[in-house]
Design a protein. Structure first.
Length: 350
């Protein structure tokens, strides 16, 4: 009765609602590598007790274990989230039965989506590689680079240029990637009108923010979303704040919090896009926690913190999943990290 009354009084509301329901969903998946709840908490306090994550409507928890190990690495967890299946640590895009898997990014491409990858590590690192590559070892960087060079990804931004043009096989994949406009910097990326654009930020792994990494992740995401906005198709983009993890491995809380704050600001860019484009889903999560971080002391006056670590590696603790936008409610509850893949598919109707 209520829907009938609305339709009679405000027919344009019902028409708009039906159009929105049928519209293909834009998907922004953001992974803070190594970003457990303690990393978020530390970064929030250092950021004057505030985070853009407080604006998210739905929060869930993800179980991160690999097929044989409670403590996962980025390859196994990245594969679980990207492809929906468990695998061994160190393996990318291949499940525990040695079957090559199709990622959510590739499924989106098959359904007419534009796609993008943005990372503060090298573009062939385990997490981004999980969305386009199938290799038995995450260390096979040249094989991973080869697979990116022939992929259908529309935009990519990340380090690791040497794996494309200083290879053991002598090939220069950059010259072979004729479908891409390979630009040199953010300004070149913004100016390019090509359908496919690649930007290598550094020859090898990018430095930390504290060591002068520039430009910032929010700028790269903003430029990429502007590209997507000007195209008629829906999009899927992976955004990785890679070096929260590296700060955890180094047991360096300043490293962790500076990288988290940059990632937090990039989340703000995504939220602003969602405000103007409501047919969008944002999912923010982590592949695992790194360092066993705990905040052991602090003051509320300036939100100063003291932190302790119990490992230089990863831990098996669950990680949060924040979601906002269309169909965000699917991501509430406690579930396996493989469900990230399945829930995104369901949300987008793929």
């Amino acid at each position: 009765m209520k829907k009938i009354l609305i339709a009679l009084l405000f027919p344009w509301v019902m028409i708009h609602s039906q159009q929105t329901e049928k519209e293909p969903l834009n998907i922004i998946l953001m992974i803070g590598d190594g970003m457990g709840l303690s990393q978020i908490t530390a970064g929030m306090y250092v950021n004057n007790n505030t985070s853009t994550l407080e604006n998210f409507s739905v929060v869930g928890l993800s179980k991160t274990h690999a097929i044989k190990s409670l403590v996962t690495d980025s390859a196994a967890s990245g594969t679980a989230m990207a492809c929906g299946d468990k695998t061994y640590n160190g393996v990318v895009g291949v499940n525990y039965l040695n079957k090559n898997l199709k990622s959510i990014l590739e499924i989106c491409e098959e359904n007419g989506y534009n796609t993008g990858l943005i990372t503060t590590s090298s573009i062939v690192h385990a997490t981004p590689a999980s969305f386009y590559a199938n290799v038995s070892s995450r260390k096979k960087y040249e094989d991973i680079a080869m697979q990116l060079s022939t992929s259908e990804v529309d935009y990519f931004i990340g380090g690791g240029k040497k794996h494309f043009n200083q290879r053991e096989d002598g090939r220069n994949l950059i010259k072979e990637m004729k479908s891409f406009d390979m630009v040199k910097n953010l300004k070149g990326f913004q100016k390019s009108e090509a359908d496919k654009i690649g930007l290598f930020t550094y020859k090898d792994e990018p430095p930390s923010l504290n060591q002068g990494r520039d430009p910032l992740l929010p700028e790269y995401l903003s430029a990429t979303l502007e590209k997507f906005k000007n195209r008629e198709k829906p999009f899927f983009v992976l955004v990785e704040g890679s070096q929260i993890d590296w700060g955890g491995h180094a047991n360096d809380v300043d490293y962790i919090t500076s990288e988290f704050i940059e990632f937090n600001n990039a989340i703000g860019v995504a939220l602003n896009f969602l405000e103007e484009n409501p047919n969008t889903l944002i999912v923010v999560t982590a592949d695992h926690e790194t360092g066993g971080l705990a905040i052991i002391k602090g003051k509320t006056k300036n939100f100063e913190i003291e932190a302790g670590f119990n490992t230089g590696g990863h831990s098996a603790t669950m990680v949060p999943v924040f979601s906002h936008g269309k169909n965000a409610s699917l991501f509430s509850g406690i579930y396996d990290n493989t469900q990230i893949f399945h829930k995104i598919k369901e949300a987008a109707g793929l």
